[in-house]
Design a binder for this molecule. Structure first.
Ligand SMILES: [Cu+2]
Length: 495
């Protein structure tokens, strides 16, 4: 008996040692991310889109803070690509964009290696051509500690889908722009400045809206446990669509925006612009059987969603949910942004963020800050505009790629005033940094740290960041066709 136990113990120890050796050996190997085609079914019809998956089928990347992001991107497509790690503060040559590397040629690969210094919900997507429209994207989640119950942590990537090719969508936009531009301008001058024609909200009419490649005719269903808290990680990975998240019967607690913790906001409705991420905690009550989590596109009745099913009460039948809501959703607005503030920030609203505070929050990976000159302040202007007739979109009157860089001094505290002079909202994204929102329409706020901010038509947003990450960093509109038609530039640090 005793001997048997000892034998068992030894066998167990040996097993643990072997397992540890195998897993540590596996950990030392780079993670493979394959850029590939993916067959999906939308509204009962087959379609081919793109995906980024590991060889075992894992969608995207799940890692830990302070570990290495050691990834080989394998391009299995017959066209070039380049994959950007959206929201990560990383070394410039790892950014995964055409500014810092050659595109990855068809059937070739590229190795990325850098330390993960953040935690939270991020994502990856093609920064090449119009591939993002075909869902060449995936989640990128960085944990602080491993979640104890994996089914209580749900990633929800919002996507806009068309059976048309991105090229023909672009062509249609150009045709529509030419036909409707003069009318839009008349409308604008005749109406009050707050009235916007629906055409200004949505340039593209999509066939469906998806969450994790599925529409409401066949939605993703997640089993959840009653009396437990579920973290919903929303990623707006759509190309041209802003959404209202509707949690229905569940009360949500918004705890993180773009991977940065915020003072919690409790509601069952939230706004999410293109490129943004929201982590929302929901508590699953015992008595109900299922919960629909919906996302409705602004200016439309179109919606998508997933169903959470209470694992202890799952006999309840799940009704079909229509892809059309009963009412049209309004345009997104600044109400949510004005409420947001960082969880760990004691600086006053009018005191501004000193460089020291930004240092602490902005670039934990760079320990060389002390070598930079501190507390120099610089301000830059970023003026967004558009020519509706030709569908040309500009930053500071320049249309990418005919742009000159915006220079900032390395180690300076940068205040950037973003002025939107156009009739459309633009989700503006800065690479390599997170910025703090310090004013909206001139109203000073102690706003959130974000990497993407939806700038409403005819409005201003002031953001601040500490320029301690050297290199060339794209600043662009995350509406895919606006970016494609010129709304992109880059910020370059001077030593
Ligand atoms: Cu835009």
């Amino acid at each position: 008996m005793y001997n048997n136990n000892l034998y068992n113990k030894l066998t167990l120890t040996a097993l643990i040692v072997v397992t540890t050796l195998i897993s540590s050996n596996l950990l030392a190997e780079p993670t493979i991310l394959e850029v590939k085609t993916k067959d999906i079914v939308v509204d009962g019809k087959k379609a081919q889109v793109y995906a980024i998956e590991q060889p075992d089928g894992t969608w995207g990347y799940y890692g830990y803070k302070n570990s290495m992001f050691d990834v080989i991107v394998k391009n299995t497509l017959d066209e070039s690509t380049v994959v950007h790690w959206h929201g990560l503060t990383l070394p410039n040559n790892q950014d995964g964009v055409e500014l810092t590397q050659q595109p990855i040629a068809p059937h070739s690969e590229y190795h990325y290696k850098f330390k993960l210094t953040q935690t939270g919900t991020y994502w990856m997507h093609s920064h090449f051509g119009l591939q993002e429209q075909k869902q060449l994207e995936a989640p990128l989640i960085i944990y602080d500690v491993k979640p104890t119950a994996p089914n209580q942590d749900i990633v929800l990537m919002l996507q806009d889908f068309s059976f048309k090719t991105p090229e023909s969508i672009m062509q249609n936009i150009l045709l529509n722009a030419q036909n409707t531009a003069p009318m839009k301008m008349n409308d604008n001058s005749a109406m009050s400045h707050n009235t916007k024609a629906p055409a200004d909200l949505n340039d593209v009419k999509y066939d469906a809206y998806l969450i994790n490649y599925k529409d409401l005719s066949n939605p993703q269903i997640n089993l959840v446990k009653a009396n437990r808290t579920v973290r919903l990680r929303f990623i707006n990975g759509s190309s041209m669509s802003n959404f209202w998240i509707n949690l229905g019967h569940l009360k949500g607690k918004l705890v993180s925006v773009d991977g940065n913790e915020v003072k919690p906001i409790i509601s069952n409705k939230f706004q999410i612009g293109m490129g943004n991420r929201l982590d929302i905690l929901v508590h699953i009550p015992q008595k109900l059987g299922y919960f629909s989590i919906l996302a409705q596109v602004e200016g439309t009745k179109s919606q998508t969603g997933v169903i959470l099913v209470n694992s202890e009460n799952k006999k309840t039948s799940i009704p079909q949910i229509s892809s059309q809501a009963s009412t049209t959703a309004p345009a997104l607005n600044y109400a949510q942004e004005l409420q947001l503030s960082p969880l760990n920030n004691t600086s006053g609203i009018n005191g501004g963020m000193g460089a020291n505070t930004l240092e602490n929050t902005n670039m934990q990976s760079h320990n060389s800050k002390s070598s930079y000159t501190k507390n120099t302040n610089e301000s830059i202007q970023l003026v967004l505009d558009g020519n509706m007739k030709d569908y040309i979109w500009t930053i500071n009157n320049q249309q990418w790629p005919n742009s000159t860089p915006i220079y900032v001094n390395l180690g300076s505290n940068i205040t950037a005033l973003i002025t939107n002079n156009s009739m459309m909202a633009h989700p503006m994204h800065l690479h390599g940094y997170r910025f703090k929102i310090i004013a909206i329409n001139g109203k000073k706020i102690n706003g959130a740290l974000q990497d993407t901010i939806l700038v409403e038509p005819h409005s201003t947003v002031e953001v601040e960041f500490y320029a301690d990450n050297p290199g060339k960093w794209f600043f662009h509109c995350h509406s895919l066709y606006h970016m494609y038609r010129g709304m992109m530039t880059y910020i370059q640090t001077k030593p």
